[in-house]
Design a protein around this ligand. Structure first.
Ligand code: ARG
Length: 400
């Protein structure tokens, strides 16, 4: 009997070639696994059948969207996760959920191997392989794209045709794209020159800000314990809120990101992202936290948020520190309940207002008007003691 491999399959050319390659070069039975995390794609039935037609012994499609929102996106939101202050981690978040299901299926089917179609230069290979090892160190891994010598697109297409793998007839996109409901990542082609402004054809989820409506759009996002639960008062699931924000923010030209980021493998790469929904949600969530979280907690959390984003970017989703940070983050969210009014206008997302039953904003303390009940007489003594040590230091300096 042949040994088995579970392959992370997308339906695209690379992973289709992977199926045949694993059969021919490694003499394995291939189980193809497709995860739906809200990516734009051909029909799942079509993809399932394509894997079988290409030679897979079994083809499994799993709708992971609810789990993705509940276990992955919700944690990223609570952590206001933005790698290097700009990138909401859409690819880095979708890999661990795939890893979890790959391992589960491999264990259930008694497969010795897991394979993925990542290149040898990116972050995703690390996320897959480190993730699998953290969940089941006994599973062996294969990265065909890193091993085979089909280095150019043309040689890959030639190999595919020679092996009767259907090659898409439609014009190939000049870009490399990864997407799911948290956003869309675009790289390669002309974008590899960081001086070149991205041409309009890289974008799919957002209109050009210049072409966006001349009047702003307002939406109110409701949160309960850190999670989005409504838009304009209408109750919605996390995924529904996200979908609405993707549409509305995208239609107003909001959510585009152009960055040169530091890959884990030591390379700087130029990336374009479209994240209308996730950027809107993170912006609203963070703003609500400013209203309800005590000052020291808010500042401390902001530092830990950066660490969280780095660990997740670097493939450490399944790790003790990352899990401990999740527990810390979760412990801060009980009061993150309330509403944030977002304004979308020609490419910008701004917070127009926020309110919460747990607000720490005290009008009578803040106001300069008549209702003021801040005790300014206490300020004098407070400042005397607060600045005392600097006064001592200044007197010492004078002696130098
Ligand atoms: N640089 C991002 C990351 O590592 C996105 C990579 C997505 N891949 C792509 N084909 N654009 O998380």
């Amino acid at each position: 009997m042949k040994e088995k491999v579970v392959l992370a399959y997308s339906g695209g050319l690379d992973t289709s070639v992977c199926i045949k390659w694993l059969i021919e070069e490694k003499a394995l039975d291939v189980i193809a696994l497709v995860g739906d995390v809200g990516q734009k794609r051909q029909s799942l039935d079509f993809i399932r059948q394509k894997a079988l037609d290409t030679g897979a012994v079994e083809s499994i499609v799993i709708d992971m969207r609810e789990e993705y929102a509940a276990e992955y996106l919700s944690k990223a939101l609570v952590a206001n996760a933005m790698y290097e202050g700009k990138y909401p981690l859409l690819s880095a978040l979708s890999r661990p959920i795939l890893v979890k299901h790959l391992v589960r299926v491999a264990e259930a089917r008694g497969a010795q191997y897991i394979a993925h179609g990542c290149t040898g230069k990116g972050n995703d290979q690390v996320r897959f392989e480190v993730g699998v090892r953290a969940l089941n160190p006994d599973i062996l891994q294969i990265a065909p794209v890193r091993e085979w010598d089909l280095t150019t697109r043309d040689s890959e297409i030639e190999w595919a045709e020679a092996h009767n793998i259907p090659v898409p007839v439609s014009k190939e996109s000049p870009y490399s794209i990864d997407d799911n409901c948290w956003g869309r990542a675009i790289e390669c082609g002309i974008l590899e020159d960081p001086w070149v402004e991205p041409p309009s054809d890289v974008y799919e989820l957002t209109v050009n800000p210049e072409d966006a409506p001349d009047a702003p759009t307002y939406l109110t996002v409701g949160f309960e314990a850190g999670q989005p639960v409504s838009i304009d008062g209408a109750h919605m699931s996390f995924l529904e809120v996200l979908a609405t924000l993707n549409t509305v923010a995208g239609a107003n030209g909001c959510g585009r990101i152009d960055m040169v980021e530091n890959r884990l493998v030591g390379v700087k790469s130029r990336e374009i992202y479209e994240c209308p929904g996730s950027l809107s949600l993170i912006k609203a969530h963070r703003d609500l936290e400013e209203l309800v979280l005590e000052r020291d907690l808010l500042r401390y959390k902001a530092k830990i948020e950066q660490d969280w984003a780095i660990y997740v970017y670097e493939g450490k989703w399944f790790s003790p520190l990352k899990e401990a940070l999740d527990a810390f983050m979760a412990g801060t969210q009980a009061v993150v309940t309330g509403e944030v009014r977002l304004k979308f206008y020609k490419g910008s997302i701004t917070v127009a207002g926020r309110r919460s039953p747990f607000s720490l904003y005290d009008f009578e303390l803040a106001t300069y008007g008549e209702e003021d009940r801040f005790d300014r007489n206490s300020a004098k003594g407070f400042i005397d003691i607060y600045g005392l040590y600097l006064e001592s230091w200044a007197r010492q300096q004078r002696k130098l």
